[in-house]
Design a binder for this molecule. Structure first.
Ligand code: UFG
Length: 339
């Protein structure tokens, strides 16, 4: 039985990953400082997992002492690192906090991996490392461009650190470059819980439909795309969570072909903002109140993944459709309203 430390495991993607890890027999330790999540998520993971409860440790992983204590007191076989500040806009206002937090957490993990002989590390990375693509779909071989935000830069920097750290052979790492994670668990027990006004499209849509927000503003309708709105590769969070399990299995089955590997985790399909709204309206039967507004600074026009490498090498492929993404996001929103 292998034990995986899931940092940031009470968060949106971390909680779904904890469920999928437990489902295939891993033991899970979740460490989270709860700045952007709540401890009740542990109860929900337990419910979904038929009574199997992850060990929860409340800790600020950017703090050396708190991080070290986790490793001194537990036997850990691998780490999936989700713990990070993640708001693109906020990172431009508080760049130093983003660099300190996101990089310090990663460094504390590496230091403790070396000290305790832990070999396997999966990093939560992002397609933001590619910047605005020159062509789509974008493959892993495309060189990263200068980051558009400190947040994106921290994702690039952790990948850069891993490139060098893994060269000694003590640590093997996989970076999963997510495209746009949306949707929620089919039980509607876990999902995305944005703090305050959502920055991202899907929670803004569901909160507008629920009457929490008056109107969704679509940021720009004069982009050079078929309907004038930006195109992204939206991926269901459950598919994304499963990619982490496959990445961890890859280490234990000694299938990795290099000490550091990076994979695109998307569906390979691009959908516009209007496509997402149409899917939401179709699956829920709700007419969404939206308007067109100015472009948002820093938005890439279009990006979607070349998933060939992930399919061939990881043996992983996204399975859930755009309609399953929008409908599950809505069920989660409805569930939240009842609490
Ligand atoms: N959008 C709107 N209105 C909103 C919110 C978003 O029109 O109220 C549009 C955006 O302009 C964009 C699309 O919806 O065209 C998706 O926007 P999101 O904010 O949901 O997602 P982003 O693609 O901007 O950001 C995501 C992740 C980031 C990551 C980035 C990498 O949230 O963490 O992808 O490209 F850095």
């Amino acid at each position: 039985m292998k034990t995986i430390l899931v940092t940031g495991g009470t968060g949106y993607i971390g909680s779904h990953t904890a469920v999928e890890l437990q489902a295939v027999g891993y033991d899970v330790i979740i460490a989270d400082n709860l700045v952007n999540s709540t401890a009740s998520v542990i109860d929900r993971i337990e419910r979904i997992s038929n009574g199997k409860r992850p060990l929860f440790i409340k800790a600020d992983l950017s703090n050396e002492t708190e991080a070290a204590a986790i490793f001194d007191n537990n036997k850990i076989d691998g780490i999936i690192n989700f713990a990070a500040f993640k708001a693109v806009g906020e990172s431009c206002e508080k760049p130093i906090e983003y660099y300190r937090n996101n990089l310090q957490i990663a460094i504390n993990m590496f230091v403790n991996m070396k000290k305790h002989g832990i070999k396997y590390f999966v990093q939560s990375s992002s397609c933001t490392v590619y910047g605005e693509p020159d062509s789509n779909p974008i493959s892993e071989n495309t060189p990263p461009k200068f980051a558009v935000s400190p947040y994106g830069n921290t994702k690039q920097m952790v990948e850069d650190m891993l490139q060098f750290i893994t060269q000694t052979g003590e640590i093997k790492a996989i970076a999963l470059r997510y495209f746009n994670p949306v949707g929620a668990h089919p039980t509607a027990l876990i999902g995305e819980l944005p703090n305050g006004i959502p920055n991202n499209l899907m929670p803004y849509i569901t909160q507008t439909a629920a009457g929490i927000r008056k109107q969704l503003t679509i940021f720009g309708n004069n982009y050079p795309t078929p309907d004038g709105t930006c195109i992204r590769d939206y991926i269901h969070v459950v598919d994304l969570a499963k990619a982490h399990v496959v990445a961890m299995d890859r280490f234990f089955e000694h299938k990795n072909k290099a000490n550091f590997e990076a994979f695109n985790i998307g569906t390979g399909n691009g959908f516009s903002v209007l496509d997402i709204i149409k899917s939401f309206e179709k699956t829920t039967g709700i007419k969404l109140n939206y308007c067109f507004g100015e472009r948002r600074a820093g938005d890439v026009v279009r990006i979607w993944a070349d998933t060939t490498f992930a399919e061939k090498e990881l043996g992983w492929k996204a399975e859930l459709s755009i309609d399953e993404m929008t409908l599950s996001a809505w069920h989660w929103q409805q569930q939240l309203a009842q609490e």
